[in-house]
Write a protein that binds this ligand. Sequence first.
Ligand SMILES: *Cc1c(COP(=O)(O)O)cnc(C)c1O
Length: 498
Amino acid sequence: MLYTSTRDKSIRVTASQAIAQGISEEGGLFVPVELPQFSIDKISSMVSMSYIDRAKTVLKEFLTDFTDEELDYCVEGAYSAEKFSSPKIAPTVNISGNKNILELWHGPTCAFKDMALQLLPYLMTVSAKKTADGKTIVILVATSGDTGKAALEGFKNVEHTKILVFYPVDGVSPMQKLQMTTQEGENVAVCAINGNFDDAQSAVKSIFTNAEIKSQLAEKNMMFSSANSINWGRLVPQIVYYFSTYCDMLDMGKIKAGEEINVVVPTGNFGNILAGYYAKQMGLPIKTLICASNSNNVLTDFLKTGTYDKNRDFYTTTSPSMDILISSNLERLLYHMSGENDTLVADLMSKLSTGGKYTVSSELLEKIQKTFDAGYTSEESVDSTIKAHFDNYKYLCDTHTAVAVKVYDDYVKSTGDDIPTVIDSTASPYKFSASVLSAVMDGKSPELDEFEMVDELNNVTGVDVPKPLASLKDKEIRFSDVCNKEDMSRMVFKLLDL
Ligand SMILES: *Cc1c(COP(=O)(O)O)cnc(C)c1O
């Protein structure tokens, strides 16, 4: 299996090159040249497997330059029982009737990013051994909150790696901030920036492709790579849980082999939902992928009209990990859906970076709409959805999951399409205790500090507090730097002692 670039399809690299490098030289994203196919029989044979074995079965097809021993080492290390609080790793829970929730937050940082970022450091170090001959890999991360912590936790004290994380100073929840500023590890650094996630992401992308910085790094025997979902090694682990939830739905008797399901994804950078698209293209019976956004509804507008326009107000919402106006992974979808038209993709992306806007042809839009639907949710509906699901089903959603649940309820109302459905749940409600508590208590929650809030949410709902969040209370703050976005490259030099 080889990989090419969305902006130059003459490029061919192996999986380990794609993962070690992160992004293609000319700025495009790596994509598989062709996708492996899974028959219904093959999928059914995965029902009796553990998550680890399901992961090996899927990943083997993509990481063809990894030996079986290497893959075993990576997957078993990533999804070990000490790191995940559920033996199923990513359990599927039935809410009622055809409505099911895929819980992706049982990892060490309590958000779905762990599903990929527990595995990525293993994939990256194995890949670097094959391709980067002893270089230290410097991971640069722009985060809207959850990626930063999950990447820090995944890479901490991993040999031959360093990790630097930038987050928007006012754009993350208090719990997310504490998780990052208290991070342990010898090879980690964290810095806030005055700006939003898009500012951080754009600056990181330009640092990556800056020839001067790269050559200075090379002199020190270092190279950059990315732990954002622009890296193929972040996306490929996410394909696994779509196969896994389908197997669990079969196992629970919710569907018959071959029966189609809908999938609803609370979306920001378009990584999670794109992994669902890859699963569908590989033969997993998914009918519609429903893209759920908060008030930053740039993707809803794109999927409805064909115009992507980031020139709009940016809202800071209670679902901060989805406060994104430039959804990087859409580039990969455009490449596949346009019949691998790298010239078109390069042109659209250049329009996006110069004018902040592009429009696709009606033919391309119609093709995308055959597979994708979209909707968005206001802040008030997030609160009422959390409350209604807790009152009616004793199920406590975090704010991001609530966005998806509401968009799904609206979708069923307007289309009548209520086939068995899986809604991705992307974070523990305790990562966003203030918002969740206020929703459950109808806006009447008392003034409390972050950890009192956690206790109160636990008192009111009886839902267990994840251990990694409870233990943050006693940790010391290690990182308090704040910089302007223009100064990020200088900060990189400082943090790396260049
Ligand atoms: C990152 C994140 C998302 C968005 O996922 P994408 O892959 O960027 O679309 C949604 N919810 C939570 C809690 C997240 O951390």
